[in-house]
Ligand binder design. Structure first.
Ligand SMILES: [Zn+2]
Length: 527
């Protein structure tokens, strides 16, 4: 169960890379006949790829990552990462590191990958990749924040665009393929895959590396952003220590982040010198339990092989007891319950979750995670009614961190929507999800759930349209156009009994279909 082979996990980038190497066997002129020089990314005045061209290149890469079976939109982990990422973005804006132009034009999206390797990387156009291996390895929010702040700075300082400019004689599709090839190489630490990927990818990767000056700048700017956002600057130092220890203990190549970010003693000394003696006291204890549980979640989701899941279960008795720190007990029980559920053992899963519920946890974020785990397990075990009862006791929204109106909690909504559909109450799901997608039109998972909920209500037309929007959200315009066409065909069939509501629906579908068609035309021109 769930044991996807490493080969399957990297299938997509490898496929692209195979095309890339095949193309390189021919002359560059023969591989991109449809790309006249005028359509190559244009250079900004500072010798950088301009921001629109960089965003388009980023979307080209993001589109492939969304399709990779390794891409994961786990609402709880996404929510956790957003709770770190958004304050960093606000701090970068406040410091003037993030220009208004770049802020508007780039995606500023963190994409999670299931991969176990410890890695985070900045991509063109404001997309960032973050492997669950890294989320599972850090011991505090501050450590994760330090890595994200560093990567964010590579983007705001236009390091990516400068590297891309060096490569700008290449067609955009080739640049995209090079980056995907380098990613594939970075996520396959085992020998079998290294052979498959070959040395070409490594060559491509080295061409795409940042210079030492860029690394120093990303350290300096990232550190400033981290502190401004209110994170403990000690996170930077402890993250470096951790990576250094890992490097000494494990040289198997499981730490691509370290390979692209060599730890020079100079960098370490630099970080340590930035630590003022009066730096604010770390309030690690404040969020220790919620961090520990989500870190455990990342570890379970990044390795769902039967052996790994059994390993989790074996660990629980050793980690639970009065002598262990509360956060360690919470993490062991949380991970154990999730692992048991994945092994289809509802009895053990429920007993661990109940044990977790009896721990003297007081941190509100951690208590919310415990409740959501109960709901998730009930739903997985086919008891939607119980899931709904648990979810009804959890606040559906949270206060806005910058004082705006309170925001609907996405993990709560995604779980609730599934439970409403499973419990035969799809109308409750469509109502809440409709409100959500108006505010978050790029949320593919919300559109997919909405599509399922409409189907359960027997509203095929709206179900197909929501499915089309889910495809738009992951930048798959071909599939989206297919679905908009299917929706139009449905409308034509029902023409005889068209109602007023159908007319509104028809006009929305027609407008969206045209928009997607023009996006596809733009894409075809770029090739
Ligand atoms: Zn870096």
């Amino acid at each position: 169960m769930g044991a996807r082979s490493v080969g399957a996990r990297v299938a997509l980038p490898l496929l692209l890379f195979a095309q890339l190497t095949a193309s390189w066997a021919q002359s560059p002129a023969s591989v991109a006949p449809a790309a006249p020089a005028t359509q190559l990314p244009t250079l900004g005045s500072g010798g950088e790829m301009n921001s629109s061209a960089e965003r388009r290149l980023g979307e080209r890469i993001a589109r492939e990552i969304y399709r990779d079976p390794d891409y994961i939109d786990d609402p709880l982990l996404v929510d956790y990462v957003q709770g770190i990422w958004q304050p960093l973005l606000r701090a970068a804006r406040a410091r003037g590191d993030l220009s208004e132009e770049l802020d508007q034009r780039f995606a500023w999206e963190v994409m999670l990958g299931r991969d176990r390797s410890i890695n985070a990387f900045a991509l063109p156009g404001g997309y960032l990749g973050l492997h669950l291996g890294l989320v599972g390895a850090v011991s505090s929010r501050d450590e994760l924040a330090s890595v994200l702040a560093h990567e964010l700075s590579h983007v705001t300082q236009r390091h990516i665009s400068r590297i891309m400019t060096k490569q700008s004689q290449q067609a955009p599709w080739l640049l995209g393929a090079m980056i995907l090839g380098a990613l594939a190489a970075s996520k396959s630490p085992d020998a079998a895959n290294a052979v498959l990927v070959g040395s070409q990818a490594v060559a491509a990767q080295t061409q795409l590396n940042f210079s030492r000056d860029m690394e120093r700048e990303a350290d300096r700017v990232g550190y400033g952003i981290l502190v401004q956002a209110g994170f403990d600057p000690q996170g930077f130092v402890s993250m470096f220590d951790k990576l250094g220890q890992s490097a000494r203990l494990n040289d198997s190549g499981a730490f691509p982040y370290l390979r692209s970010h060599p730890l020079t003693t100079e960098r370490l000394a630099d970080m340590q010198s930035r630590q003022s003696p009066g730096a604010r006291a770390p309030d690690v204890a404040q969020q220790a339990s919620s961090h520990a549980m989500l870190s455990a979640r990342a570890r379970v989701l990044s390795n769902s092989s039967v052996d790994a899941l059994r390993g989790w279960l074996a660990q629980v008795p050793k980690s639970v007891g009065d002598q262990s720190p509360l956060s360690a007990q919470a993490a062991a029980l949380y991970g154990g319950a999730l692992a048991a559920s994945k092994l289809r053992d509802p009895v053990i899963a429920t007993s661990y979750a109940q044990h977790l519920g009896r721990l003297p946890i007081t941190e509100p974020a951690a208590l919310r995670l415990v409740a959501l785990l109960h709901a998730e397990l009930s739903l997985a075990h086919g008891d939607a009614g119980k899931a709904l009862a648990v979810l009804a006791a959890v606040a559906p929204s949270r206060p806005d961190p910058v004082g705006g109106p309170s925001q609907v909690d996405r993990p709560w909504l995604m779980l609730s929507a599934q439970a409403w559909v499973a419990a035969g109450q799809p109308a409750l799901a469509t109502e809440r999800l409709q409100e959500w997608v108006v505010l978050h039109p790029r949320d593919a998972q919300a559109w997919s759930l909405l599509s399922t909920a409409y189907a359960a209500q027997g509203n095929t037309l709206r179900s197909v349209r929501a499915n089309a929007e889910a495809k738009v959200a992951v930048l798959d315009y071909d599939a989206a156009l297919d679905r908009f066409n299917a929706a139009q065909a449905l409308l034509r069939e029902s023409g005889a009994r068209a109602s007023g509501a159908d007319h509104i629906e028809a006009s929305i579908i027609d407008t969206r279909r045209r928009e997607v068609q023009s996006l596809l035309k733009e894409q075809a021109l770029e090739r």
